[in-house]
Design a protein around this ligand. Structure first.
Ligand code: ZN
Length: 90
């Protein structure tokens, strides 16, 4: 017994406040209620991947202004990379 789904916009029966597009037969709730039911509030943004200290040192060496005619780009990149080291020296 398949009902036909036309992608109609329906009122969420759980919260009765939000509308959602029922473009799939299994979509019975709005996204907020669906996430709530799963115990989640919102998807967490992925954490940026850390750069390994060895690689970071290599990048600093490669970007060093001395090797790029003291260009502004090299200075900016080096400063950024040194900032990633978080005050470590060496
Ligand atoms: Zn809802």
């Amino acid at each position: 017994m398949n009902k036909s789904f036309t992608g109609a916009t329906v009122l969420c029966p759980t919260c009765n406040t939000r509308w959602f597009v029922q473009d799939q037969p299994w979509k019975l709730l709005c996204v907020s209620c669906y996430l709530e039911r799963k115990g989640k509030t919102a998807p967490a943004p992925p954490a940026p991947a850390p750069i390994e200290p060895t690689m970071l040192r290599r990048l600093v060496q490669l970007c060093h202004p001395d090797k790029h005619g003291n260009s502004e780009a090299a200075n900016t990149a080096t400063r950024y990379l040194l900032g990633l080291k978080g005050g470590q020296h060496g």
